[in-house]
Design a protein around this ligand. Structure first.
Ligand code: GTP
Ligand code: MG
Length: 319
């Protein structure tokens, strides 16, 4: 008979619903404190089952307001919710993140809701891996649904696809140039389009545009993105937004896409972690090892080009 390996105390505390332990380990993950590694490792086999919903879109479209109402809806459905807000610049420094914290703190007496904001500290690399780890910790802490807010700024939203099971792209009426941006990037990641601020004029027009755009794409693996209108100031569409998200989650199960997507995301995570480590090792070696330092000097002197030098570090077919 095999015994389950003993869990580190912090992992046991998290599984037992200890929110302070959860908060502490999340901080360690953010700080890349090696203390978190054993905890994450021990909890990993118990994760990967809850939906992670990415809520992304340009600045100020109402992502936090939507999350606030979605949380209310999920609590009505008796689901517990972990929320991660990824701030691409700096957290706790005023602005909307601080505002979000204050808003969410009103729910701080509700043990079914846990809010956390994370800093990317200007580096996109590593962010997806850290965010995934935090989502897994929240899952281990017993939350049924994870909501992930990221500001749409190119690379960060693309990273959302490496974390979320369903990605919601939030927009507002009068898309204009945004539709162009969508074609370039956000469009590829959307499982659900949410036209928020539908209390403002132009919402129906925006919906028509998006439905048309959504129909144009081949749809990822047979899914045509849903388009939902919402307003948080004159609350409407929130139940529909959750239904659209659930429909996509059900689609993942019925189409077999869930495991394929998880496999893709985990591949991205492993590659990201390995790339980070290998990159650091090579940078150190180029400084330290005499032979590699000479190679670097050759590149600096323009006698060897960077690609040839990289080929010597990592032999392989040129691409
Ligand atoms: N008219 C209208 N205004 C809204 C609606 N939802 C949000 N707002 C307003 O839009 C502003 C931004 O809302 P947030 O929820 O902070 O938006 P956000 O996308 O989280 O913003 P960032 O995190 O800064 O990108 C606030 O002033 C909200 O009151 C809506 O449905 N209708
Ligand atoms: Mg926000």
């Amino acid at each position: 008979m095999t015994r389950a390996p003993r869990l580190p105390p912090a992992a046991r505390a998290i599984l037992g619903g200890d929110r302070r332990a959860l908060a502490r380990v999340i901080s360690q993950v953010e700080d890349r404190d090696p203390a978190a590694v054993a905890v994450s490792r021990a909890l990993y086999p118990r994760t990967g089952k809850v939906p992670v919903i990415g809520i992304t879109g340009p600045l100020g479209v109402g992502k936090s307001s939507l999350i606030n109402l979605l949380v209310g809806r999920l609590r009505e459905l008796d689901l517990t919710v972990g929320i991660v807000a990824v701030d691409p610049t700096s957290p706790y420094s005023g602005g909307s993140v601080l505002g979000d914290r204050i808003r969410f703190e009103r729910r701080s007496d509700d043990a079914g809701v846990f809010f956390r904001s994370m800093a990317s500290r200007g580096e996109v690399g590593g962010l997806a891996a850290a965010t995934r780890e935090v989502c897994r910790l929240l899952e281990a802490g017993g939350f049924n649904v994870i909501l992930l807010e990221t500001v749409g700024s190119g690379q960060v939203d693309l990273a959302v696809r490496d974390v979320a099971t369903t990605s919601v792209v939030v927009l507002v009426p009068h898309l204009g140039d945004e539709v162009q941006t969508l074609k370039a990037g956000l469009f590829e990641i959307a499982d659900v389009f949410c036209v928020n601020k539908s209390d403002l004029p132009g919402a129906d027009h925006a919906r028509r545009d998006l439905v048309e755009l959504a129909g144009l794409g081949s749809g990822r693996a047979g899914w045509t993105p849903r388009v939902v209108l919402t307003s948080t100031t004159q609350p409407s569409g929130i139940a529909e937004l959750w239904e659209a998200i659930e429909a996509h989650e059900r689609f993942l199960d019925s189409s077999g896409g869930r495991s394929a997507e998880e496999r893709r995301r985990l591949t991205a995570e492993i590659v990201e972690l390995a790339r980070e480590r290998v990159g650091r090792q090579f940078a150190e070696r180029l400084e330290r090892e005499p032979e590699l330092r000479r190679l670097l000097e050759e590149v600096v002197a323009r006698r060897v080009d960077p690609r040839t030098a990289a080929d010597r570090l990592v032999p392989g077919p040129a691409r």
